[in-house]
Ligand binder design. Sequence first.
Ligand SMILES: NC(=O)c1ccc[n+]([C@@H]2O[C@H](COP(=O)([O-])OP(=O)(O)OC[C@H]3O[C@@H](n4cnc5c(N)ncnc54)[C@H](O)[C@@H]3O)[C@@H](O)[C@H]2O)c1
Length: 282
Amino acid sequence: MTWRIAVAGTGTIGGRVAAELGAGRVAGCELVAVLDSSSDDTVIGEALRSADLLVEASTAAAARVLLPRALDAGLRIVLCSCGILADRSVESDLRRRGAVLGADVLVPAGAIGGLDILGAAYRASVRTPGRTSVGTSDCTAGGCAVPEVTVRHTTTKKPAALGVSAILTEPDVVFRGSAREAALAYPLTSNSSVALALATTGLDNVEVVIVADPAATSTRHRIELSSSVGRYDFAIENTVSPASGGRTSEITAWSVIDVLEKSARSRTPVMTRFHSEVIQGH
Ligand SMILES: NC(=O)c1ccc[n+]([C@@H]2O[C@H](COP(=O)([O-])OP(=O)(O)OC[C@H]3O[C@@H](n4cnc5c(N)ncnc54)[C@H](O)[C@@H]3O)[C@@H](O)[C@H]2O)c1
């Protein structure tokens, strides 16, 4: 069986994904439709009718419209604009529709990685006395065990990519807060923070630091997780797409393609395990 894919967005991510699909270089997947900002209601409807899965690589505003439409049409969706999940109204809408994160809604690791071991460390750490299973809020008579897992995600970009117009002479921390707050304050920069948070301690528990560095020529990520089973410290340096104004890393589209091919091959959605219960934190 071949998965029929519609792609929304023809920019840095969508353009690459559609090109690879169109060239037949994603095994088990076939490109059936491409949507952009000019696609009207009829075109969107036709695309959703013809596809099994929608790759959303558009904008946060468009994703808010396309996500429920795709789910209602029975499609799975790879959600690149995953920062919208930080909005509690989107989260409750998903819940109302019975959509399952990691099955119906796939969140690519995007510009970062290592989510497998970080998710495993989170899982191991929350299996402490007083917690019955991962992500549940059940408390026994012994009290609730708060998992001793701390996660910090530091993203460093050039100032213009963060909308910083001031002339900087040295790196400047422009934001420090939770992944949820980051997604709301810096929606174009925080999608990978949201993916990290969903894989680990949740949107309200991952600390996000955003740095504007006038000397930056790439986008840098530092991911630090400390847990009862180990400490992890990853450094990632991504080439940015020139066409994206320094915002989007080239690797992101390939992360989406990886999810598509692995999922098609195994005939089931394949992505880093997500603890869907932790959207709301603990
Ligand atoms: N998950 C991640 O790690 C990650 C990384 C980078 C970017 N992103 C997000 O992914 C999305 C795409 O990023 P990009 O860099 O490719 O953006 P881009 O600006 O290069 O392209 C955006 C595309 O969306 C299209 N579009 C706009 N409105 C649309 C609509 N209503 N319907 C369909 N298409 C529409 C535009 O035509 C354009 O082709 C953005 O929301 C961005 O914030 C996610």
